[in-house]
Design a protein around this ligand. Sequence first.
Ligand SMILES: [Cu+2]
Length: 68
Amino acid sequence: MKKETIKTTGMHCNGCEMNAQEFVSELDGIKKVKADFKKGEVKVEYDEKKTSLEEIKGKITAAGYKTE
Ligand SMILES: [Cu+2]
């Protein structure tokens, strides 16, 4: 399991947090995902054998937000 905190811009409310979390949850191997719009970050815990940071960032982008 790997833990990462991804700097994310563009989230502005609880709805955005939910949206980002739903998109990331679609990936196989996500154990935990918690978005925080106030801090501008998405915390994830994932199985690096099933998914990757790039894929997770791709989902956040697909949800409509920007990652660093
Ligand atoms: Cu929002």
